[in-house]
Design a protein around this ligand. Structure first.
Ligand code: COS
Length: 382
């Protein structure tokens, strides 16, 4: 067993750290307030290869491994989780989904642009009545011979307004249950496809989250991903990888909050000394460091499983469950260490605390991760 990162991994991590410090940090509070994220920054992330990290260079990707992906996600998330969720969705749900399961034509037409950041993707599974219960899709895709007609509503879609390529999960044959579900590529601007207003959110406010409406949207048959009825498994497979990205995001939020708290504790004085000299604060820092390291091990293990070609359904669920809990709990501790200043925007920790919450909800709530883990655990005993 070797815990050492390679020279290449260290270079990738440093490049992401540098980008986060120089490009994402300035204006992060203002972007959070205004709920915006400039296209220029997305373009720069594309230039650095962050939008198609694991995609084969023959499709315009960076050809890196999953360890590199989580290193980049952690560094971006320390500063701006709104930026990192765009990266995560585009990489794990959209690019990976197309590269692993799309046809060669779909890869040439869409993946080559998504992997470079020339266009951005969105993954549309959740609905008003189907978030966790993902088999209960109400959106329909009726087979009309050479095309499908999609009708329905999708909710809480990350990159909902910014994206140009949407992977949409819909029910083709209700009788067949989850085996009657398909995944489709829908282009922005297709008649009948409407983007609703942006959601006003607690956290990751720079990322754009929208409701999408599909009213008799005609999608050519060649835009279906995989065999007829493959859509549910497609969603589950891609979400397993997505959970590694969100686990790394949670790790970044936790470690970002911890680093700020550590620095603050050495500067802020109370009772005649730096607050880090008070055991109440020093023990908090000890707990934070330990919890974050444990989360990092789970995140790295899930990424390593993916790189090794092992099944990562369980390890990604464990990583997301634990890292998101750590992000929530330790960002609250970081606010506490900052005292009154922690409640003020300019100290950044209150934003990290707000951003942490979504990591326990999206790409499968913590309760869903426990379903995945418990089923895996129970299956291991004959
Ligand atoms: N990889 C491949 N196939 C998978 C899979 C995976 N990770 N997980 C489940 N499947 C398959 C099952 O094998 C089953 O297929 P067969 O009947 O052919 O064996 C099928 O999918 C249905 O699985 P299951 O019966 O377990 O479905 P459930 O309705 O019980 O739901 C959970 C399973 C809860 C795990 C699933 O609905 C889920 O992950 N929900 C959360 C979705 C989510 O993350 N939503 C957030 C939206 S994205 S922001």
């Amino acid at each position: 067993m070797d815990f050492t990162l390679t020279e290449e991994h260290l270079m990738i991590r440093d490049a992401a750290r540098d980008f986060a410090q120089t490009e994402l940090l300035p204006g992060v509070i203002e972007r959070d307030n205004a709920q915006t994220f400039p296209g220029e920054l997305v373009r720069k992330m594309g230039e650095l290869g962050f939008m198609g990290i694991m995609v084969d260079p023959k499709y315009g990707g960076s050809g890196m491994d999953a360890i590199s992906y989580v290193l980049i996600m952690e560094e971006l998330s320390k500063i701006d989780a709104s930026a990192s969720v765009m990266v995560s969705v585009n990489n794990s749900l959209v690019c990976y989904g197309l590269e692993a399961y799309g046809s060669e034509e779909q890869k040439q037409k869409y993946l080559t642009k998504l992997a470079t950041g020339e266009c951005i993707g969105a993954f549309c599974l959740s609905e008003p009545e189907a978030g966790s219960d993902a088999t209960s899709q109400k959106t329909t895709a009726i087979d009309m011979g050479d095309h499908y007609v999609i009708n329905g509503t999708k909710n809480w879609i990350t990159n909902g307004g910014r994206a140009e390529v949407y992977l949409v999960i819909a029910q083709t044959d209700r009788e067949k249950g989850h085996r009657g579900i398909n995944a489709f590529i829908v282009e922005k601007g297709t008649p009948g496809f409407d983007i609703g207003p942006k959601e006003d959110k607690l956290g990751i406010r720079g990322s754009d989250t929208h409701t999408l409406q599909f009213n008799d949207v005609k999608v050519p048959k060649e835009n279906r991903i995989g065999e007829d009825g493959f859509g549910f498994k497609f969603a589950m497979k891609t979400l397993s990888g997505g959970r590694i990205g969100i686990a790394a995001q949670a790790l970044g939020i936790a470690s970002g909050a911890y680093e700020l708290a550590l620095k603050y504790s050495k500067e802020r004085k109370a009772f005649g000394t730096e607050i880090s000299n008070h055991q109440a604060i020093a023990f908090k820092l000890a707990d934070m460091a330990t919890e974050i390291e444990a989360a990092r091990m789970l995140v790295m293990k899930a990424a390593w499983d993916k790189d090794q070609g092992n099944n990562y359904d369980m390890s990604s669920a464990m990583a997301k469950l634990y890292a998101s809990k750590v992000a929530m709990e330790q960002s609250v501790e970081a606010v506490q260490i900052h005292g009154g200043n922690g409640f003020v925007k300019e100290y950044h920790v209150e934003r990290l605390m707000r951003d942490a919450k979504i990591t326990q909800i999206y790409e499968g709530t913590s309760e869903i991760q426990k379903i995945v883990i418990s089923r895996g655990v129970l299956k291991s005993i004959k």
